[in-house]
Write a protein that binds this ligand. Structure first.
Ligand code: PRT
Ligand code: MG
Length: 218
């Protein structure tokens, strides 16, 4: 058990990377964002014992679960679909915030369909979260798994409604969809491999404490 092992942090490009870099900087770990332009998938940080690996957002929990990365940054949406097996989730980073919602075409009376007990066709990338939400409400649904552009599904008759992430709401508006139900608020979490937490505790504990102290509480 070495006192100073390398720590690997898995995260995705885009909003997660953009929001994590300032957080790491506030925790005393500078990251040069232009490193991303190199197209390298393993990036150094200002801390010689912390490196970043760039993976797809939905793959972050898998890298951390298997210990290929010790820690990671993943949206709660992604963690709920993954299931969180083998992961410790100690810190809500309060970044990449949005909400998971049900949206339907403006002409579809969702509330009435629910009251009538209609069976609804729902298109979504978030089948686990959607399944749980509608089961808790006692609404019968056929879930159609999509990997992107959920907004299109009701417009071409694939589904009555969708379950998707909403932030500003402009994507829904642009497609004549209305947010008819908020399911839950979403933010990115720091996740930790459970074995790393034990074997690399001397290194991870201060790192996690510094990151937790840098989280903005608003
Ligand atoms: O894009 P890719 O297929 O590579 O993967 P990804 O979509 O999983 O990654 P990315 O980088 O788009 O999102 C990473 C994480 O950011 C998600 O897992 C969420 O936790 C978080 N996040 C925060 C969001 C949004 N806000 C968001 N608005 N993820 C996606 N969106 C999308 C949403 O799906 C919809 O298409 O943005 C659109 C809605 O935005 P508004 O502002 O028009 O409402
Ligand atoms: Mg995306």
């Amino acid at each position: 058990m070495s006192g100073n092992p390398m720590i690997t942090l898995a995260l995705s490009k885009g909003r997660i990377f953009d929001d994590t870099v300032p957080l790491l900087e506030a925790a005393g770990i500078p990251v040069d964002p232009s490193e991303l332009e190199s197209r390298k998938l393993i990036l150094p940080t200002g801390d010689p014992l912390l490196r970043l690996v760039i993976v797809r957002a939905s793959d972050v929990p898998t890298y951390v679960q298997y210990g290929a990365a010790d820690i990671g940054v993943a949206g709660k949406d992604v963690l709920l679909e993954h299931g969180g097996e083998g992961l410790y989730q100690p810190i809500d980073l309060n970044i990449a915030r949005c909400r998971l919602s049900v949206a339907a075409p403006s002409g579809f009376d969702y509330a009435q369909a629910v009251r009538r007990g209609a069976r609804l066709r729902i298109a979504t990338k978030y089948v686990e979260s959607a399944r749980r939400h509608f089961a808790a409400k006692g609404v019968h649904v056929d879930l159609i798994k999509l990997y992107g552009s959920m907004e299109l599904a009701p417009l071409v008759g694939l589904a009555d409604a969708i379950v998707d992430l909403v932030s500003t709401g402009s994507t829904l508006r642009a497609n004549d969809l209305v947010e008819v139900e908020k399911i839950m608020p979403i933010s990115a979490r720091l996740i930790v491999n459970q074995a790393s937490l034990k074997t690399k505790a001397a290194r991870l504990q201060p790192l996690l404490a510094a990151i937790a102290a840098a989280v903005r509480k608003d």
